[in-house]
Design a protein. Structure first.
Length: 146
């Protein structure tokens, strides 16, 4: 948080009237608090993202376990069909494989999108913080340089 007393003191020492210095300091505090994410905000976003990722991982693991069971069941069925000479076995295997690949591709795409979104959000928050800090520092340097 900005120390308005120090800001006002420096501005008045530079020749600015007290009332104007106080107004500028208040505006700076308001701008910083409205535009910058606090550590708590960043921790909250990180925790939310970590929770989302953990949930997604758990969902993917559950889906994988389900897929494994489905595949094992399908394999058992196919073996029985082979023993009985079912002529459609090859076609069934291909259909199962296509469905499994499609489901896995969908899950992979979802994971990639979540990671991309979290990376973009992290970069946006970081960039916003950096730009706000640069703007405030630029203002202070210009003002104090006068």
């Amino acid at each position: 948080m900005l120390n308005t007393h120090v800001i006002v003191k420096k501005m008045t020492a530079a020749g600015m009237p007290v009332q104007q210095a106080e107004a500028v300091a208040d505006l700076m505090v308001e701008t910083v608090t409205e535009t910058l994410a606090s550590k708590r905000d960043l921790v909250e976003v990180r925790n939310d993202l970590q929770a989302d990722i953990a949930t997604l991982r758990k969902d993917v693991q559950t889906d994988i376990a389900t897929l494994r069971k489905d595949v094992q069941s399908d394999i058992a069925t196919l073996r029985r069909d082979m023993e009985t000479g079912d002529a459609n076995i090859r076609r069934d295997v291909k259909d199962v494989e296509t469905k499994l690949v499609a489901r896995m591709d969908t899950q992979i795409e979802l994971v990639e999108k979540l990671f991309e979104r979290s990376q973009r959000q992290t970069l946006q928050v970081g960039l916003g913080i950096a730009l706000a800090i640069i703007a405030v520092l630029g203002f202070l340097f210009r003002f104090l340089a006068k």
